[in-house]
Design a protein around this ligand. Structure first.
Ligand SMILES: Cc1cc2nc3c(=O)[nH]c(=O)nc-3n(C[C@H](O)[C@H](O)[C@H](O)COP(=O)(O)OP(=O)(O)OC[C@H]3O[C@@H](n4cnc5c(N)ncnc54)[C@H](O)[C@@H]3O)c2cc1C
Length: 443
């Protein structure tokens, strides 16, 4: 977990502490050194306060599952009544199964079954905001200041009331156009609830029901609401995968036959490979200096705000893994360090989708052209201009092509790799034998 997400979580706890204090309930925060240490820490607390009941919300990555099991057993042995709750997902992992009783590994059939079960669990009521809370919708750097932004309470306010207000605001103002706006980074047409969802600051069930009720009461909102519910389903899907396929929790590719691809830079070599060309490419990607305007704008948005738009997460992830042939695990790690919404299951799922190593992933020959992505999703260059100031002199329509027509004196790097060559290299890379694979055109 990165510092941005940690500080967001600590701020949320502060708010929770105040909310509970108003109900005369103290909030105790206990430190444990690691997952295994949680059991002893909680046993101590139980003895100290003569606790008879413990309620907790299950979590599904591997270490969290072992922790939950160990804590439950130990506390039950100590005479405590333990109740586990499902609140991190909409449907509990393990309940959405194929006819053969197996977990789904493809999203669409998963979704068809999931949606029939999703409404069996109404959410608990949340706290109502006393006064309306409005959150700055535009994420442009002038309004935000510079680095360390993820730490700032004014940019990322935390707590249940704020999250609830953000949900209401999104459902009232933006969900109607979600389907049309969700892929245009300059529009800010998505909910930006991911950071709250990642730390349990709002429940996915609350989100589901808010969208469902809106669609039921105002059918003109139904398309946007249903599209948004599909995104919540992706969140559940990746959590179900993490809960049911242990190997992805241990750094392996979902498709084990693609676990040892000969990447130019592997995650284990990150600290050692200082002077190689691949290390230089990695550095250019991390800092937003690849010479591809959309990739660079996206990486700078991430580095300066702790958040990145979903379309751009796919673009930069494919660029790292397919244009630069750098191990998806490097990017996964970088995202976890920088994202305010860093979340193991969604992050791992997104990276493995982009690298074509995951469950229901993009086929290996699907390689986004960053220039075409720019023309399609930032046609006037508003997003790039906001984040890459040195490109402001270049007209939006020229940003992604016609570099020869750019005005003189624009101080911007040449592309680290040429798209056509990179595409060819990636196709050969994924098809080559020797690492135990060699993919067919069907991916
Ligand atoms: C390479 C890569 C890495 C990612 N890493 C993370 C991560 O660490 N944490 C994270 O929360 N999301 C991650 N995502 C998914 C997605 O990009 C974000 O959830 C989304 O951009 C958050 O913005 P939002 O809240 O405005 O989303 P909205 O469009 O408003 O969607 C609502 C909610 O649905 C969920 N959601 C939306 N899209 C996805 C998706 N593709 N996969 C899983 N859940 C989704 C999120 O919880 C999100 O908050 C990643 C995607 C990719 C391609």
């Amino acid at each position: 977990m990165g510092a941005g997400r940690l500080s967001f979580q600590l701020r949320a706890l502060k708010v929770l502490s105040a909310d509970l204090a108003a109900l005369r309930i103290p909030l105790l925060i206990e430190d444990a050194q690691d997952f295994a240490g949680c059991t002893e820490t909680l046993l101590k607390l139980v003895r100290q306060h003569q606790i008879s009941h413990m309620d907790f919300i299950e979590e599904y990555p591997y270490n969290e599952r072992l922790r939950d099991r160990s804590v439950s057993r130990a506390l039950r042995r100590a005479g405590v009544q333990v109740t586990r709750h499902v609140a991190d997902t909409i449907v509990r992992p393990g309940l959405v199964k194929t006819a053969a009783g197996k977990p789904y590994t493809v999203f669409t059939p998963f979704y068809k079954r999931w949606i029939n079960q999703a409404f069996e669990f109404p959410p608990l009521p949340g706290i109502e905001a006393q006064s309306p809370v409005r959150i700055e919708a535009s994420l442009v750097p002038e309004k935000m200041g510079a680095a360390a932004i993820a730490d700032r309470a004014d940019v990322w306010p935390a707590g249940e009331v704020v999250a609830g207000a953000r949900l209401r605001e999104f459902i009232e103002d933006a969900v109607e156009n979600y389907e049309q706006h969700r892929d245009i980074p300059a529009l800010g047409g998505t909910s930006r609830l991911s950071a709250h969802l990642a730390i349990g600051g709002i429940s996915a069930r609350q989100c589901l029901w808010a969208a469902h009720n809106k669609a039921a009461s105002q059918p003109e909102y139904a398309t946007g609401c249903h599209k948004w519910i599909t995104e919540l389903a992706w969140r559940d899907f990746y959590r179900h995968i993490a809960a049911q396929f242990d190997h992805i929790n241990k750094g392996h590719a979902f498709r084990l036959e693609l676990d040892r691809l000969p990447w130019r830079l592997r995650v284990n070599d990150l600290s050692r490979a200082q002077d190689s060309p691949a290390a230089a490419d990695w550095h250019a990607w991390c800092t937003g200096h690849t010479g591809y305007p959309l990739v660079d704008a996206a990486m700078r948005q991430l580095n300066q705000t702790g958040w990145m738009h979903n379309r751009l997460r796919m673009v930069v992830a494919m660029f790292l893994t397919k244009h630069l042939l750098i191990d998806w695990r490097c990017g996964e790690r970088y995202f976890m360090h920088t994202l305010i919404d860093g979340d193991f299951a969604s992050n791992n799922g997104g990276w493995q989708w982009s690298a074509s190593t995951g469950t229901d992933a993009a086929p290996y020959f699907r390689i986004f052209n960053p220039a075409s992505q720019g023309e399609k999703f930032d046609p006037n260059g508003e997003f790039v201009h906001a984040w890459v100031p040195e490109l402001r002199p270049v007209a939006g329509r020229l940003l992604f092509k016609d570099r020869g027509k750019w005005p003189q004196g624009v101080d911007y790097p040449l592309p680290v790799v040429e798209h056509r060559l990179a595409r060819q290299r990636a196709l050969e890379f994924f098809k080559q034998k020797g690492w135990g694979g060699g993919l067919s055109e069907r991916g």
